[in-house]
Design a protein around this ligand. Structure first.
Ligand code: ZN
Length: 189
């Protein structure tokens, strides 16, 4: 059976090969797994794409493993500056040689669903970048996708998505105004 990381790499390449999902730049993917810690005890880990690599040609070494327990606690905070967030994420790394985790890591960390994909999909931006984006998104997706008003990527956006998810945990994802799409589920499919 393929490991959680192998499955993540496979899925990420499928997304990366689809130019209309990533032309706008990047996108990132993640999975959550329980794996043996230093003494063989089970540890909850978030695997998330590192910054500076392309989904299309990604390999296992382009993903960063982070401890989930401090990331879960972080969602209780009200605010966090970018530099502080980057330093915090680096301290959560299980492997010090891993690439620097994406600046959008907390989007993946706070939502408790196992598999999460974030893209800047053309089709979504065609809706989310218009004056009536919110009304259009509701018309097209109904209650399946949440609508998140524009915020720069970082702690506050991640927390806003998490709060919207908590209010409606049956949603499959969220449209981020002027930014893209995030989808989640119990498996990569
Ligand atoms: Zn993004």
């Amino acid at each position: 059976m393929a490991s959680a990381l192998d499955a993540l790499v496979w899925r990420s390449r499928l997304i990366g090969e689809e130019a209309s999902l990533g032309l706008f730049g990047g996108g990132n993917t993640s999975t959550k797994a329980r794996q043996p810690g230093l003494f063989g005890e089970p540890e909850d880990v978030l695997w998330v794409k590192g910054s500076g690599s392309n989904l299309k040609a990604c390999e296992a070494r382009h993903f960063a493993p982070l401890r989930r327990s401090p990331l879960r606690r972080l969602s209780a905070r009200r605010a966090m500056r970018d530099e502080e967030m980057v330093a915090f994420l680096e301290r959560c790394l299980i492997d010090p040689k891993a690439p620097r985790p994406s600046v959008e890591t907390l989007l993946h960390a706070f939502i408790p669903q196992r598999d999460i994909d974030h893209t800047h999909a053309d089709a979504i931006l065609a809706i989310a970048n218009t004056a009536h984006g919110e009304a259009l998104a509701r018309k097209v997706f109904g209650n399946r996708l949440l609508w998140i008003p524009y915020l720069q990527p970082g702690f506050t956006l991640s927390k806003r998505v998490y709060e919207a998810y908590q209010r409606r945990p049956t949603a499959h994802g969220a449209v981020l105004q002027h930014h893209g799409l995030i989808t989640w589920g119990p498996d990569g499919k």
